[in-house]
Structure formats: C-alpha cells, structure tokens
Design a protein around this ligand. Structure first.
Ligand SMILES: [Zn+2]
Length: 230
C-alpha cells in the first residue's frame, strides 16, 4: 500500500527516455525495451555478415565481436550511456549486461569463453568516478552467462585522456604501453571475452587485445554495450 503510494508520488524514471515508469518496470521502460536499436551481431557470429568483426581485420585477431546496441546521436542509447557514465547508474550497466548475457547464452555463446575482463580505467580516474562502467556491464554479462570475471587482471598504466593534444602517431605509440596484464598466469590458454562500453575505432580494444595475446591467452572476443552504425 505504502509502496504503491510512493511509486505514484515518486515514479522511477526510464534511463533511456526519462519518462516516468509504470510499477514493475525497472531501469528501462517497456516501450524503450521494444524500440532500442539492437544490433544482430550475435546472430551473424564470426561470419562476414558481422560488420563489427571487420573493424579488427588486418589489426589483431578477434574470435567474435559483439555490440548490444547501435549508438545514435540524441537517441535512447546516447541517454543510456550518459546515465551510465556520468550519473553513477552502475546498476544500469549490470542490468544491460544481464540482458545481453541472457541473449548470448540463448545463442549458445556461454560455452565459448572462459573469462570476462573489462577494459580498465586508470586508477586515478576510477577513484574520481567511483566505478568503472565497463566493469558493471562485464559483471552483468558474467552473472547471466555463469562465467568468471575479474577486474584486476588487465590494468591501465596511462590515463590516455591526458594525451589527446598529441599527434595521432604519438598517441598510437603511447597506446601500446597503456595496458598491462598483471597476472599473466590467469589468462594463459584462456578464451577471453573483453568488455567495453563503446566500440568506435577499436584502438583501445586493439591495444588491450595485443596485451592479452602477448600474455598467452588463446583467443580474444569483444563485447560492448554500443557501437556507431556504419
Ligand atoms: Zn523509456
């Protein structure tokens, strides 16, 4: 009774469209859940129809490349990512991870990975923000797929956002030293699912993948919350 009254007075707001939600809805309203621009990357798997895969061609070997949603300027996904990144909605990250993890499990991908690792933030940035949005998504994925995840294996040595004024080439030379694998024995021979919030050029993921492969993991796949449409 009291709960009904409270939810009437202070309804939860949808993270994707900011509309008040009905009772029983959580994080994302039913209309947004239906209308979100889902990719079909998981349907295409590692075939040539998976265009996300192509962003890594000629750079680093990637077993599978998945993104849950398409990013469109001013759209629902942009609002979701903004909430996730700047408004402290890490529960939203886990929620999206669980939803996508269930979908991937339904398509038999649960057996394709041994370990889930998030792309790390620099420790100073992690302290400022309080949480890593990619880690929240990774945790949700791991829960739904019943897989191990670890946010301490892959570390970021350099805060790349302080490097943006340098030339592109300089940045690239830096990026190779940005990431390190702290406990290589934990990735050796493993099939790693590397998780980030957004897939753009893939340069950050590429640097992580190279570090992981250099440390002896057997193959790397990629999953992100969102990607730009080509
Ligand atoms: Zn909504």
């Amino acid at each position: 009774m009291l709960q009904d009254l409270l939810s009437l007075l202070f309804p939860e707001i949808c993270y994707a469209c900011a509309a008040p939600m009905a009772r029983g809805e959580k994080y994302i309203c039913t209309e947004c859940s239906v209308k979100l621009p889902y990719t079909d990357a998981h349907v295409h798997g590692a075939t040539e129809l998976n265009t996300l895969q192509q962003r890594f061609w000629g750079k680093v070997p990637v077993r599978y490349a998945f993104s849950y949603l398409y990013f469109r300027p001013k759209g629902r996904v942009q609002r979701l990512l903004h909430q996730l990144k700047y408004k402290g909605a890490h529960e939203l990250g886990e929620h999206l991870g669980r939803r996508y993890g269930s979908l991937l499990s339904d398509h038999q991908y649960g057996q394709q990975f041994d370990l889930i690792l998030p792309v790390p933030l620099h420790h100073a940035k992690l302290r400022r923000r309080g949480y890593n949005q990619s880690d929240s998504f990774a945790k949700g994925l791991a829960d739904a797929m019943n897989l191990e995840w670890n946010s301490r294996i892959l570390v970021r040595n350099i805060d790349t956002e302080t490097q943006t004024k340098k030339s592109r080439l300089d940045r690239w030379q830096n990026v190779e030293k940005v990431f390190a694998v702290k406990m290589p024995e934990k990735v050796k021979g493993k099939r790693v699912l590397l998780v980030d919030d957004v897939l753009t050029t893939g340069a950050t993921l590429e640097a992580c993948i190279q570090s992981l492969l250099d440390s002896g993991c057997s193959e790397v796949s990629v999953a992100t919350i969102a990607t730009a449409e080509k």
